[in-house]
Ligand binder design. Sequence first.
Ligand SMILES: Nc1ncnc2c1ncn2[C@@H]1O[C@H](COP(=O)(O)OP(=O)(O)O)[C@@H](O)[C@H]1O
Ligand SMILES: [Mg+2]
Length: 400
Amino acid sequence: MQNIHLLLVDDEDDFRNTLAKRLIKKGISPLQAENGEKALAILENKRVDVVVLDVKMPGMDGIAVLGHIKEKYPKTEVIFLTGHAATQDGVEGIKTGAFDYLSKPIEFEHLFGKIKQAYEKIKREEEKFEEAEFRKYMEEQMMTTERLASLGTLAAGVAHEINNPLAIINESAGWLKLILSKQEMAGIPRKKDFEKALDKIEKGVERAKRITVQLLGFAKKDDSVFAEVDLVELAEEAVHLVKREATNKDIQIVREIAPDTGTIWSDAYQFRQVLINLLTNAIYATDAGGRITVILEAVGDTVKLTVRDNGQGIPKENMKKIFEPFFSTKPPSEGTGLGLFVTRGIVEKLCGTIDVESRLGDGTSFYVNLPRYCKIKEDLDQDERIRFLDRLANKSKSTP
Ligand SMILES: Nc1ncnc2c1ncn2[C@@H]1O[C@H](COP(=O)(O)OP(=O)(O)O)[C@@H](O)[C@H]1O
Ligand SMILES: [Mg+2]
């Protein structure tokens, strides 16, 4: 109640002041107006929850003021004060939208109770509104997630189908190059132009392949194989795969992998993809002499992966965009803008979360948190899954 914004409107100064004093004693300091025009002016500029409104006033009368209030501020509740035995005014007030009416002379506690009821009604409506808003937001979120999931499946399907023709184009270009390099072709006209065109084809295929590889991270349902996956092993493997790239740039990869990190239920290919995407981004962003740290640890029931670099960092205005598909700050020959999009897709599919912290010029950290198990529809081997869950349950029993 102390937070209520209350407005008293009455032309009798004494009456208004006495009322205000008693309200202040209860911890409420009301706004005051001596006529309808002033009341409406206050409402223009200030938030008011409840108005205590006299009917008989010089100038605009109470009913007219009430009509204005209900039209412009429908959420504001009005308690009507009528003259002695003037029930007709009160009924008129209720019809125009007043919360209730009291006849003068009024008893303070009675009025106070009514104010309280009116305020409670407002609070209830606000809660209802907030809940409806929240529900709407959640529904929109779910629609987006579902759309992205089906988009991902579609994209992975397309990527899969495109891989074959890409391979054929690539092979044919290679074959043509080989023919061109033969002695018998040494003197053909515009040989250089053919070679240039073939180079372009090969570069184009390479880029298309990079895109399909990323999109396949969403792996079609029947392609992913879920099993108990040893994260330590996988992390070592992923680091090994990008090691040469790092060494070439004189970047050190430091591993802080807790040997007891344990296993999760996942598709090995997908978790490795997450690691490789984060590592290749880190390598790209880091200058010679830099350092990348891969941390893997068990945190409660989850596994936490951190990939930290001391590279260039991410500008604030890009932080929101980096997970969007096709957002990239790299030249087209080097980036697809799909790495983080796919990474987040995989992490979410595994019921995990991904967060990023970055300071321009200092470096970037990506944090991935994965539960050891999440309900995945694609589970293949029922028996093995059950054995995994049993082990998990026993382990949580033995650790305090
Ligand atoms: N470790 C990092 N340091 C700095 N910027 C990064 C890092 N990781 C990602 N980014 C930024 O996020 C963008 C999107 O990354 P990603 O989705 O993997 O696409 P791509 O690597 O193909 O550009 C990058 O182009 C880069 O601007
Ligand atoms: Mg990338």
